[in-house]
Design a protein around this ligand. Structure first.
Ligand code: ADP
Length: 370
């Protein structure tokens, strides 16, 4: 009987609980034993009570629970080999055969590293006498499957990550609330949303709320943004619009790579000097409300279908199989090579950091091959 464990790691996102529920129940449905590792990699390093067997009823009602009920953590120890060595030992002591990890690109990078090191970790554990050859023998191969849990929709290779549509829905709801005040008082609002390297939330929220202007990290304007924004806002006001909504991603930059802040935008909108817009302007930083709350129906469905696929991928895996993650492409749930997606995602973030925006945009647009 295979023993399949699931964990959530890195930043929480709505839909993680539905993903865990799907993995646990599909595992049991397939005649295997289901386990949860609590508190992300910290639980693997701690072992013992952090690794718990799960029954069908243990995940009842989890579709409508926000956050992650099995906890998540940032685990410094797992960055280092000794931490991963302890994690490997704990997995063998718990007899776990496969690990399904729901997290962001950091967590998935850690997962891939763990798998590639696995044979040498086992060798070391036997070599230093922590485990016997007989104990490690049934665990020669470690199967790992990734599920992408992130509100930012920031992993290359999948159309949507678990949680991104919930965060987007939350942002739109908040903008709707703010709009009531904005149009009543004829005010301007600068709304800061999450997204350090990835402007998906800001961009889609702009489309979904009909914002006047949007700033994202990947694609600064060629022209001076101050002039561009002022022109657009002035034109919209002339057309009779009583509210102005500007959405700015946390990581928004100008063409020189300098961060564009909500304060700067506000200053421009509120500028009372001659020719200035002179709008009564407020800033709203949405912060963690974007991560909270229950998942929207789309994320529950995505998490459930992907959780089921993750268990299937574990059961299909051979020692030669590349570590996969579960994606959605053109509305189909598919398996893709994990490391390629993580590498592409890193390249994109690096391109944004090094102000190579042309490269960032081409990476954003290019879909790597299956
Ligand atoms: P996210 O998964 O949301 O991107 P982090 O980047 O914080 O979040 O990663 C979560 C955890 O995954 C880290 O605390 C660490 O334990 C593990 N991890 C991340 N990157 C690596 C890495 N390069 N090597 C080993 N473990 C890693």
């Amino acid at each position: 009987k295979k023993k399949i464990a699931v964990m959530t790691s890195g930043g929480d996102s709505p839909g993680m609980n539905p993903a865990v529920r799907a993995v646990v129940r599909m595992t049991i449905h397939m005649g295997c034993d289901a386990y949860c590792v609590y508190e992300g990699y910290e639980g693997l390093v701690q072992g013992g009570d952090f690794i718990r067997k799960m029954e069908w009823d243990d995940v009842r009602g989890w579709l409508s629970e926000g956050g992650t009920l099995i906890g998540t953590a940032r685990c410094m120890a797992f960055y280092e080999r000794p931490g991963r060595l302890t994690a490997a030992k704990n997995m063998i002591l718990s007899d776990i055969d496969a690990l399904i990890i729901c997290g962001g690109d950091g967590s998935l990078t850690g997962a891939d590293k763990f798998r590639s090191e696995w044979p040498s970790l086992l060798e070391e554990l036997v070599g230093n006498g922590e485990l016997t050859a007989a104990q490690v023998k049934p665990h020669q191969h470690l199967n790992i499957v990734g599920l992408v849990g992130s509100i930012d929709n920031d992993l290359t290779g999948t159309d949507a990550t678990i949680g991104c549509y919930s965060a987007l829905a939350r942002i739109c709801e908040m903008v709707d609330y703010i709009e009531a005040t904005a149009s009543s008082h004829s005010r301007a609002f600068v709304i800061e949303v999450m997204g350090r390297h990835c402007g998906w939330l800001a961009l889609m929220a702009g489309v979904a709320t009909g914002a006047d202007f949007v700033f994202i990290p990947e694609r600064p304007r060629e022209h001076d943004w101050k002039e561009d924004m002022a022109d657009v806002v002035r034109r919209h006001r002339k057309l009779g619009k009583r509210k102005t909504i500007v959405i700015v991603a946390e990581g928004a930059r100008d063409k020189n790579g300098t961060k564009i802040t909500a304060e700067e935008i506000k200053k421009l909108l509120a500028d009372k000097s001659e020719g200035g817009l002179a709008l009564d302007t407020r800033i709203t930083t949405l912060g963690h409300v974007q991560r909270g709350g229950t998942a929207v129906a789309y994320d529950r469905m995505l998490a459930t279908l992907q959780g089921v696929e993750a268990v299937k991928a574990v059961l299909d895996a051979t020692p030669e199989t590349e570590t996969p993650f579960i994606a959605i492409n053109e509305n189909k749930i598919v398996r893709k090579p994990l490391m390629q997606a993580v590498a592409e995602t890193k390249k994109l973030a690096e391109a944004v950091d090094s102000k190579d925006f042309e490269k960032a945009m081409s990476l954003r647009d290019s879909e790597f091959e299956d």
